[in-house]
Design a protein around this ligand. Structure first.
Ligand code: GLN
Length: 427
């Protein structure tokens, strides 16, 4: 059984000389990020042969910085999943826990770093898809503040929720990759210049490990229902931060009890709209044509999409439909506003929030496919962050029964430097 990390192996050489910031480094890129001339499948049969005519902004920033791209990494189909098992190109094994899933949806990216197939990797995080595989594979992953990194050339799943972000073995290396990809892009109007609050602008420079005086909030709701072994590792890691001068306080985020429901309504609604473009005419596999366009579209979508993608398009279309819009979509937007408010209130009291990234250790392969609801619930600690547009980092905290456990730190908007400084005390 191969590890199946890449959907497409390739070499896209970096530019510039040995002084470029990422000269001599290799990077794996999730296969929903467009690469000119190299197929970009999104883990879907629909796009099995789709070759983009242009590079995503993050890809041109990578090659301008001297990095060499070594492959397009495996992923859950269109980013929908937490195990990389919904990929049409087969599952990926977890290099840190053989026989287990690498997490998802950016499982190939995290596995590439964990297996040493690439120094660094890019993933995308709509509801945890960078942090979950980082936690499961024992590497570092950063989900940037919404608007810090350009989404131009990222194939959209839930466009109001997602950001591209880095993976690496260490916080400092992940931060160095963030330095290269972050910043405004005229091709993505949601990007903006982050405030530096008078601090040094570099992210990698912030990786000092200094947590003296840092006040860490622990949201009680994000510990509920977590696996005991995971909690033990979490508290040990928190203890390490306290030994270095941090303090911790219990805080409450009552709204997060509703975050999974709100997230899935919003993500599926956006997905149903974003994926409407895949009709077999403009992109992707053809549905043939025998005189009826509706049937042509239906055939392309019937054959090109997998079960999880179809489930979400159906549910998302339902949630947006005239009779149910107010009952589901609008309610979910109200919950989203409430989650934002809760986080704002928490950051009036503490500097950062900490929790286990995932409430459970990596699943055995095949375990979660039977029960989609169970898989959605595993996202409880990651999705609130996307609803609130905030930055977060998952950093290796230790192991339970030989399985990696990640600690998640969440910060106020554009407070990546503080997260990087704190997380670098652990990895
Ligand atoms: N597991 C979540 C989902 O399936 C997160 C996915 C993601 O962040 N792309 O929607």
């Amino acid at each position: 059984m191969g590890s199946n990390i890449f959907i497409t192996e390739t070499t896209i050489e970096g530019e510039g000389d040995g002084d470029a910031p990422l000269a001599g480094t290799t990077v794996a890129v999730k296969d929903n990020i467009s690469t000119a001339g190299v197929r970009t499948t999104c883990g879907s049969e629909m796009l099995e042969e789709y070759v983009p005519p242009y590079d995503a902004t993050v890809v041109s920033r990578l090659t301008d910085a001297g990095a060499t791209i070594v492959g397009k990494a495996n992923m859950d189909e269109f980013g929908m999943g937490s195990t990389t098992e919904t990929s049409a190109f087969g599952a990926t094994d977890n290099p840190a826990a053989p026989g287990r899933v690498p997490g998802g949806s950016s499982g190939g990216s995290a596995a590439a770093v964990a297996a040493g197939e690439a120094d660094l990797a890019l993933g995308s995080d709509t509801g945890g898809s960078i942090r979950c595989p980082a936690a499961f594979c024992g590497v570092v992953g950063i989900k940037p503040t919404y608007g810090l990194v350009s989404r131009y050339g990222l194939v959209a799943y839930g466009n109001s929720l997602e950001q591209i972000g880095p993976f690496a073995e260490t916080v400092e290396d992940a931060a160095a990759l963030l330095d290269v990809i972050a910043g405004p892009d005229e091709r993505d109007a949601t990007t903006r210049e982050p405030e530096t609050n008078g601090e040094q602008p570099g992210y990698a420079d912030a990786a000092t490990g200094d947590v003296d005086g840092l006040s860490i909030g622990v949201p009680t709701e994000l510990l509920e229902g977590a696996d005991e072994g995971v909690l033990e590792v979490f508290w040990d890691a928190l203890g390490e931060l306290e030994d270095r001068g941090a303090t911790h306080h219990e805080v409450s985020l009552p709204s997060v009890e509703h975050a999974v429901e709100a997230y899935y309504v919003i993500a599926m609604s956006e997905a149903s709209s974003n994926l409407a473009r895949f009709d077999g005419v403009r992109y992707g596999r053809s549905g043939g044509y025998d005189g009826n366009w509706n049937e042509t579209f239906a055939t392309a979508r019937q054959e090109g999409f997998g079960d999880e993608v179809k489930r979400r398009i159906l549910l998302g279309t339902y949630a947006l439909s005239a009779g149910y819009h107010d009952k589901y979509y609008k309610k979910a937007q109200d919950a989203r506003a409430w989650v934002k408010q809760d986080f704002d209130r928490a950051f009036d009291e503490v500097d950062v929030l900490a929790s286990p990234t995932m409430p459970v250790p990596p699943f055995e392969r095949g375990e979660s496919l039977e029960d989609p609801l169970q898989m959605y619930l595993a996202d409880a600690n990651t999705v609130p962050v996307n609803l609130a547009d905030l930055p977060a980092i998952s950093v290796p905290a230790g192991e339970t029964d030989g399985l990696p456990v990640g600690l998640q730190l969440v910060g106020a908007a554009f407070d990546e430097r503080r997260l990087i400084r704190a997380a670098s005390a652990l990895a």
